[in-house]
Design a binder for this molecule. Structure first.
Ligand code: UD1
Ligand code: CA
Length: 455
């Protein structure tokens, strides 16, 4: 039995007051559409399609940069969810079962989809709607049942009678369809309703043979139409991430200002301190101290690492490293085991060897640095001549004196030393000392002579 998934992402979401389509509005710095796609990927559909419309180029850019094997369909005018699904007819024709999801309901999960599919198969239904009971059902489509309790229709808020509006069981906006039944039903949907839209929900009455899988977890239905809704989703997602991490052994003294993305993994006994933001696909090991005031994005961090007031992006930090306070790792940086990086150090696109120390006020860009190297205060790699960038290579156990400028491309051999204040323009062989600075001139009695002349 092959399965396909259609994610509806065409709406404008005017109430967000955004230049972006609504599905790209973010929860924990990840577009809502990304959350829904992760759920679909986890379920393991044979095919996944996204229907975009409003500002589709932005939606398609997000898809191509972040996901593989997603078909896209285009809805030129936002005429309703029924019209949107019909745009993906090609996908529907190619599978046996079709799951439709809303791109603006980020908390749907693969387990719920599996259980709903089991009911769908067991009952041999034409359509199975995933429903939930909400304390405040306002705005959602209501699940209408007949006197025997059989599910017969979905009524949108605007079309509800006062009695129907009291129903608390709502449509999550996620459904399983028999592909054949869906293809038959789509052309029969009309726009004769309060919104003048083609409602996908009309399929329930058209197909007739409908089931509702009522989820125990109302979270799966939460969507966002306004910034306030989005804020509520962020708060909930943030609390869920903390709960997961604490159950996995991560410590927090206070949660103030801490934001951790949903895909972040952190090992046991690691302590995260306030005002720390950890995002993307970051993985952090055991027994680390991260923060305060650190921003870590798409990094892999080992065990026993201290990051104090650090900003790190797309970098790797191995075990037993201490960085900070006030340091930055820019993309493409690898910090090997046992390295120490101190205050006001910036490292970019460089590999820093084991047990090397970069203690203060230093910029290393496009550099390969060996093991056990010591940088004095205020060293700079001049890696850019205004047109091209060049690499600096430094061998094991080299000693780079304070205020050394290394004019790339340049190589410093193993165990070589550069004298403080040198601007190194030539390669330095192993075990040698390089001095590139002006000679000292001492002018005796200078002050007295100078003052006498002035008189
Ligand atoms: C829809 C359901 C409602 C359900 C709710 C759950 C219908 C008619 N109603 O209402 O029963 O309780 O979801 O959240 O389906 N979209 C398009 N093209 C369009 C219209 C919408 O792609 O022409 C997309 C939107 O981008 C969105 C999704 O479909 O991701 C749902 O549309 P939305 O307008 O938010 O539907 P609701 O009014 O929330
Ligand atoms: Ca919605």
């Amino acid at each position: 039995m092959s399965t396909g998934c259609i994610i509806l992402a065409g709406g404008a979401g005017k109430r967000m007051k955004s230049e972006k389509p609504k599905v790209l509005c973010e929860v924990l710095k990840k577009p809502m559409l990304g959350w829904v796609l992760d759920c679909a990927k986890e379920f393991g559909f044979d095919k996944i399609g996204v229907v975009s419309g409003h500002k589709c180029e932005m939606t398609e850019k997000f898809l191509s940069e972040n996901y593989e094997d997603i078909s896209t369909y285009y809805q030129d005018e936002q005429k309703g969810t029924g019209d949107a699904v019909s745009r993906a007819a090609e996908l529907i024709k190619s599978v046996d079962r079709v799951c439709v999801l809303c791109g603006d309901a980020p908390f749907m999960d693969a387990d719920t989809l599996k259980k709903a599919l089991e009911l769908h198969e067991k009952t041999n239904a034409g359509v199975t709607v995933i429903s939930a009971e909400l304390e405040n059902p306002f705005g959602y489509g209501r699940i209408i049942r007949d006197s025997s309790g059989k599910f017969t229709a979905i009524r949108e808020q605007k079309d509800c009678s006062p009695e129907e509006a009291k129903i608390c069981e709502i449509n999550s906006g996620a459904y399983w369809f028999s592909a054949k039944e869906l293809l038959n039903a789509l052309p029969k949907i009309t726009n004769k309703n309060a919104s003048g839209e083609y409602y996908l929900t009309d399929c329930v009455e058209i197909i007739g043979n409908a089931e509702a899988y009522k989820s125990e977890n109302p979270d799966i239905t939460y969507g966002a139409n306004t910034r306030m809704d989005l804020y509520a989703l962020n708060e909930k997602a943030r609390a869920d991430v903390f709960a997961r991490l604490m159950s996995e052994g991560v410590s927090f003294i206070a949660l103030d200002g801490i934001i951790i993305g949903k895909d972040v993994k952190i090992g046991a006994d690691t302590l995260v301190l306030p005002n720390t933001i950890i995002l993307g696909k970051t993985v952090i090991g055991n027994n680390c101290e991260i923060g305060a005031n650190s921003c870590i994005n798409d990094c892999v961090i080992g065990d026993n690492v201290v990051l104090d007031n650090v900003k790190a992006t797309s970098s790797v930090v191995e075990n037993d490293v201490k960085i900070g306070p006030f340091a930055q790792l820019r993309p493409g940086t690898i910090i090997r085991k046992g390295v120490k990086i101190g205050d006001f150090v910036e490292i970019k696109n460089s590999d820093i060897g084991e047990k090397t120390a970069v203690a203060h006020l230093t910029y290393l860009g496009d550099s390969n640095v060996g093991r056990g190297v010591n940088f004095g205060c205020g060293c700079v790699t001049a890696n850019y001549d205004g047109i091209n960038k060049y690499r600096t290579e430094i061998g094991d156990d080299a000693f780079i004196g304070c205020n050394t400028n290394l004019i790339a491309p340049v190589k410093i051999g193993k165990n070589a030393t550069t004298a403080a204040g040198s601007t190194i323009t030539k390669d330095v062989p192993e075990n040698s000392l390089a001095v590139e600075r002006g000679h000292a001139r001492i002018i005796e009695n200078w002050e007295k002579n100078f003052l006498r002349k002035k008189k």
